[in-house]
Design a protein. Structure first.
Length: 165
């Protein structure tokens, strides 16, 4: 069972919906890339569809009810996607693909545009998930003052050892 994000508000729901919209954009990019020619054939298309399918549970969770667990899963998945995009950009040629991207003077191809868009979307998702998790876990963590008060106060709400009046 997952617990809603502590301090859930309309703002938390809006952030979840915004992240879900970004995730839907990632799904669309992967499906368009899978359907377009020049992406390495059927094995790469199957991989792209599988990657799009992997995004669906997080997008659904972020849209319906964003929990700390959903945000953590989203951050982890998009961090992995970010790493995968960076690996593809550097390629087996030891960074030759990235070097070509810097000296490329013509218009971007659809493949390059999709790759860079996916890289950007993944980066935004990782940053958003990290920010939400930092804020939400800080809100859920008891402060030192509250911990000390709880230890000092007895069941009746008075300090232990205080005389009852």
């Amino acid at each position: 069972m997952t617990v809603p994000v502590p301090g859930s508000t309309v703002g938390a729901q809006v952030l979840g919906e915004a992240a879900a919209a970004l995730g839907a954009g990632c799904i669309a990019l992967h499906l368009v890339a899978a359907a377009s020619p020049g992406h390495g054939g059927r094995p790469v298309a199957v991989l792209l569809v599988a990657m799009a399918a992997a995004c669906v549970p997080c997008v659904r969770g972020l849209w319906r009810r964003p929990t700390v667990r959903t945000w953590a899963m989203t951050g982890g998945m998009y961090a992995a996607m970010l790493a995968a995009h960076l690996l593809v950009l550097t390629g087996p040629q030891g960074g030759a693909a990235a070097a070509r991207a810097h000296v490329h003077t013509g218009a971007l191809t659809w493949s390059e545009l999709a790759m860079w868009s996916g890289l950007g979307l993944a980066g935004v998702q990782v940053a958003l998930a990290a920010a939400v998790l930092l804020v939400r876990t800080a809100q859920a963590r008891p402060t030192l003052v509250r911990v000390v008060r709880r230890r000092r106060l007895g069941r009746g709400g008075r300090e232990e050892g205080a005389a009852a009046v």
